[in-house]
Design a protein around this ligand. Structure first.
Ligand SMILES: CC(C)(COP(=O)(O)OP(=O)(O)OC[C@H]1O[C@@H](n2cnc3c(N)ncnc32)[C@H](O)[C@@H]1OP(=O)(O)O)[C@@H](O)C(=O)NCCC(=O)NCCS
Length: 178
């Protein structure tokens, strides 16, 4: 039996969080860092279980982005993964459907940084590639360009008016900024 559950990080006990962490390290392997895992904490998790065992995970965490002179309450998507032997069966689509509902219900904008392999996956689920320049706001209040990320950031419009060719600036954090 397949079950989809959403829960805030604070509602998950150590065992459930450990299971999510283990799934992400299993799926992403050496590409995942502890900072990446921590980036998936603090918001809401979508968890997909098959007969009680976790086979899929995605999270949306709150961030504040800046675009066109406005601060945007942004739901940033992290840790999207389906166990390798369960991929290609629609589970990722179910997770992203749940995440889209969370973004539309609580944020002005959804955003994520896609792996090369998942670009079409997100595109086919309504996520739009950001075509303009990207930057990050340093703790000292300077806008630092992040050109290496350009092309890999996707947004899900919610309530905020967006110009996809304009500048999008993320808030600062340790590890990968996007
Ligand atoms: C990307 C991922 C979450 C998709 O989950 P999934 O359960 O396989 O997705 P679905 O079965 O719902 O398939 C959705 C689409 O992805 C395609 N797809 C299937 N396996 C895929 C894979 N390994 N990588 C990319 N896309 C894949 C399907 O063909 C389908 O195509 P469509 O968009 O034309 O419908 C999953 O493949 C995965 O965990 N990949 C490795 C981790 C990763 O790259 N995560 C994204 C980080 S940004």
């Amino acid at each position: 039996m397949i079950e989809l559950l959403t829960a805030r990080t604070a509602e998950l006990d150590a065992s459930a969080l450990g299971e999510a962490r283990a799934l992400l390290f299993e799926v992403f392997g050496a590409d995942l860092t502890e900072a990446d895992w921590e980036h998936a904490l603090g918001g809401v998790h979508a968890l997909l279980r098959e007969d009680g065992v976790l086979i899929g995970h995605a999270a949306v965490v709150p961030r504040v982005f800046r675009h066109d002179g406005r601060q945007l309450r942004t739901g940033y998507v992290e840790g999207v993964a389906v166990r390798a032997d369960r991929q290609g069966r629609g589970h990722g689509s179910v997770l992203m459907g749940s995440i889209a509902g969370l973004v539309q219900g609580a944020y002005e904008l959804g955003a994520l940084s896609s792996s090369d392999a998942a670009v079409e996956f997100y595109r086919n689920r309504g996520w739009q590639q950001w075509r303009g320049p990207l930057a990050a706001m340093t703790p000292h209040g300077e806008e630092r360009p992040t050109p290496d990320e350009e092309g890999g950031v996707f947004v899900l419009p919610a309530t905020a008016p967006l110009d996809l060719t304009g500048l999008l600036t993320c808030d600062w954090r340790s590890g990968d900024l996007w």
